[in-house]
Design a protein around this ligand. Structure first.
Ligand code: ZN
Ligand code: ZN
Length: 335
């Protein structure tokens, strides 16, 4: 499916320009996320026509994977293409490569039946993985990267604000990292219930409820770590209130505003550490696959809608429909 202009997708076969040595993958599922929505509506400028989609899972048809898989293997794609030569690529920060490209944004992506990509961006999936939910493993790599940045120590109290797909992953990652009390914060009761099912010790509403839960879990100190996954600046302000003196905050939601009211004095007085995390590194792919394969991370519970890929328009509509209990929307290709 080709995006020809903002909010205009057409069905078209695209002759895929391929680098020599590229592997070919027949796509079985692609997740839709906020970045795709911003590209779709023109919020993120791109060159048209474009095949969107960067959370891609499929079957290897031609070529191999980073780990030597053969055609027929089920694979997950790392959609970030880096130069391998710049300062960042040479210093273990390839995810920050200034000329790096994202499939589905600077290059054609996964809302198509086939994609071509270098073998080092392809990872074989073990048997037993839920293939429909599997595109979310790309999302998981970014959460894992951020969770590592938080340096969660065993026994610490961790608060996750915002309980969408990434918030629910952060709940599970915090537990897997050995956190003591994990508290999920959301306005949405079904999302709070899901967080409890996925391992949160408490799930509460924003505001007073969150204040009370955090204070009583920490002898009045405040949380050691807050991972802000709602992407709202007002919630980032709430995170600064909930953190203890000397606490850490990971602003995981992506904020595009240039101005906001935040409790800046608390930043100083509490000596808060703000730890940003962008995208993920290659090493987070095998680590994420392992977390899902060994049952430490449930992604299947985060899938709410499967939509045939030709109905991309409707799938995009699901992202903003008010009142809808939506988690991850995945495009499927088996119709
Ligand atoms: Zn995404
Ligand atoms: Zn580079």
């Amino acid at each position: 499916m080709l995006l020809e202009a903002p909010e205009k997708v057409v069905e078209a076969d695209i002759p895929e320009p391929r680098e020599t040595g590229a592997s070919v993958i027949q796509v079985t599922g692609t997740g839709i996320c906020g970045t795709d929505w911003k590209i779709f509506t023109g919020g993120i400028p791109v060159t048209y026509p474009l095949v969107m989609g960067h959370e891609i899972v499929g079957e290897l048809v031609e070529g191999t994977s980073r780990d030597g898989a053969k055609p027929g293997a089920k694979v997950l794609i790392d959609p970030v293409l880096t130069c391998g030569e710049c300062f960042h690529c040479r210093h273990g920060q390839s995810h920050l490569c200034p000329v790096g490209e994202l499939m589905g944004r600077e290059r054609n992506g996964g809302f198509a039946q086939f994609v071509a990509v270098r073998p080092e961006n392809v990872y074989a999936l073990p048997d037993g993985i839920d293939l429909t939910a599997a595109p979310m493993m790309q999302v998981l790599t970014t959460c894992l990267h951020a969770s590592e940045m938080a340096r969660i120590e065993p026994g610490e109290t961790v608060v996750i604000t915002g309980l969408g797909v990434t918030g629910q992953m952060h709940i599970q990652l915090a537990k897997a990292a050995g956190a003591g009390t994990v508290i999920g914060v959301s306005r949405n009761p079904p999302k709070r219930d899901l967080a409890l099912k996925l391992g949160a010790d408490l799930a509460v509403n924003h505001g007073e409820e969150a204040d009370e839960a955090v204070l009583s879990a920490t002898d009045g100190r405040g949380a050691d770590v807050i991972i802000e996954s709602a992407g709202a600046l007002s919630v980032l302000g709430e995170a600064m209130d909930l953190a203890r003196i000397g606490g850490r905050i990971v602003p995981f939601g992506i904020y595009t505003a240039n101005q906001a009211e935040l409790p800046f004095y608390q930043l100083y007085f509490k000596e808060l550490q703000i730890l940003n995390a962008r995208a993920a590194q290659a090493r987070h792919f095998p680590a994420s696959i392992e977390l899902v394969a060994n049952g430490k991370l449930d992604i299947t519970s985060l899938l709410s809608h499967r939509v045939p890929f030709r109905q991309l328009d409707e799938a995009m509509g699901l992202l903003t429909r008010p009142g809808l209990d939506r988690m991850k929307v995945v495009l499927t290709y088996d119709d």
